[in-house]
Design a protein around this ligand. Structure first.
Ligand SMILES: C[S@@+](CC[C@H](N)C(=O)[O-])C[C@H]1O[C@@H](n2cnc3c(N)ncnc32)[C@H](O)[C@@H]1O
Length: 438
């Protein structure tokens, strides 16, 4: 990579590390201020940024071993030496101090490069969690979840994800869209599990997809598509997306309903909900209403008790299932702490369940791979809530029986090639329970 792009990557990495926002938001803002970088430059900078984030623990381990500070510039030097196998004189030529290039190496940096010379990134003394890039707080629960497959699953979270698209069945058919993408020279395949998905082998700028008509496709990971399909919303029904955020799943649900019926997209975050509303306007959906909640027990919930055929809870979670897509996320421990997050999820479940009408369904989903946020959460809810029972996936949505022949949806990067997702469908008894009269 040319020196000016190395410096741009360092500037971006520094911003990602200091900002309290996710890397993709920081990156968009950074590139808006760097009009001098064309599409190819941006692609190269992003690729190196993600490499540095995906190798952070291993690079940090080497820096600690050499008593060097774990900071972006040292991490880049360590990557060039250990990851790319460049020798000190090659690296000195890149750090040449020219305008907009990295400044010349200091004596300490030269000494660091000498010490790293000839080594490889992986070292036998590295603890397993470091070699697998697993943050300390998540090692025990992920080992509990995956057992012998822990290493393979962690390795899969380090591979760059493919680009998954969801076709909008109101506007187009998957076969027709596949043929159009292939005619554009793209390596496009149907996704193996979602009947609406298309997987592109290469990451590409969305400008290259502009040949497709607006609203024909959306970018959505196959796992997220399956969660929306599990809601199984029918035209004419009343549906709540309780933690709608920016509306990724609301969009898919409203498309299933063919613009007929009513969807209420709720969230406690006003900014996300505004983005959700804009997205629906752009997609031409008229049956979606957004509702800002003060909390999960907002008065609106009580007023609409028993009023909906389907309620989706896409709960706030540790996000461990998205590490493949958001490599910076693994280094941010859950803001609330895992325990508080788990109790927030339980409160959301208990409150949003009140919205389900007798005979209706509640779908609880996370993008977490931790049992405490998933199966254990459902077990606790069912033990505490009369009138709900688990509906195995093949019973809930027979069309998905082949893809998900199990009680829950439980996707992992190594086994399914998707982000990590969990979902369970809970059926409410057809007869109202005494609490409805309360
Ligand atoms: C996993 S994200 C939702 C992603 C979204 N469904 C999508 O597909 O794009 C979880 C959402 O839950 C929201 N949330 C957090 N606490 C909540 C609460 N107490 N009640 C309702 N929503 C909440 C967050 O603001 C966040 O947008």
């Amino acid at each position: 990579m040319i020196p000016t792009l190395l410096q741009a990557t360092l500037d971006l990495l520094t911003e990602v590390e200091t900002a309290a926002r996710p890397a993709d938001a920081v990156t968009s803002a950074f590139f808006r201020g760097r009009r001098d970088l064309d599409d190819r430059d941006r692609g190269a900078v992003l690729e190196l940024l993600y490499v540095l984030l995906r190798h952070r623990a291993r690079l940090g381990w080497w820096l600690a071993r050499q008593d060097a500070q774990d900071k972006p510039r040292n991490r880049l030097l360590a990557w060039l030496a250990l990851g790319e196998g460049q020798n000190p004189s090659q690296i000195q030529r890149l750090f040449d101090g020219a305008p907009f290039a990295p400044s010349a190496l200091t004596a300490a940096e030269n000494a660091l490069l000498e010490a790293l010379k000839g080594h490889r990134l992986r070292h036998p003394d590295m603890p397993e969690a470091v070699a697998l890039e697993c943050p300390a707080w998540a090692v025990a629960p992920l080992q509990q979840r995956f057992g012998a497959a822990f290493g393979a699953e962690m390795a899969a979270t380090l591979a760059p994800p493919p680009l998954d698209l969801r076709i909008n069945p109101i506007k187009t058919a998957r076969e027709a869209t596949l043929r159009r993408l292939q005619a554009m020279g793209l390596r496009a395949q149907p996704t193996p599990l979602s009947p609406l998905g298309i997987r592109l082998a290469e990451r590409l700028s969305l400008a290259r997809l502009s040949g497709l008509k607006t609203g024909d496709i959306e970018i959505q990971d196959e796992g997220s598509q399956l969660v929306a399909l599990l809601v199984d919303a029918k035209p004419g029904e009343r549906v709540v997306d309780f933690c709608a955020g920016a509306g990724g799943k609301t969009l898919a649900i409203a498309a299933q309903m063919k613009n007929k019926g009513h969807v209420v997209a709720c969230d406690v975050n006003e900014t996300r909900l505004k983005r959700c509303a804009e997205r629906h306007r752009r997609a031409g959906l008229h049956n979606v209403e957004t509702r800002l909640l003060a909390s999960e027990t907002d008065r609106w919930v009580k007023r609409h008790k028993g009023g909906f055929d389907r309620v989706l809870i896409d709960a706030p979670c540790s996000g461990t299932g998205t590490w493949r897509r958001n490599p910076d996320a693994r280094w941010r421990a859950p803001e609330l702490g895992l325990e508080n997050l788990v109790s927030l999820q339980a409160r959301i479940l208990a409150s949003a369940a009140r919205l389900v009408k007798p005979g209706g369904r509640l779908v609880y989903a996370t993008c977490s791979m931790l049992p405490d946020e998933n199966e254990a959460q459902i077990t606790r809810f069912l033990a505490a809530s009369a009138g709900f029972r688990l509906l195995p996936v093949p019973k809930a949505v027979p069309e998905l029986a082949g893809a998900i022949p199990s009680d829950h949806l439980s996707l992992t990067p190594a086994r399914h090639g998707t982000d990590g997702f969990f979902a369970a469908v809970l059926q409410r008894d057809a007869l109202p329970t005494p609490s409805d009269q309360a």
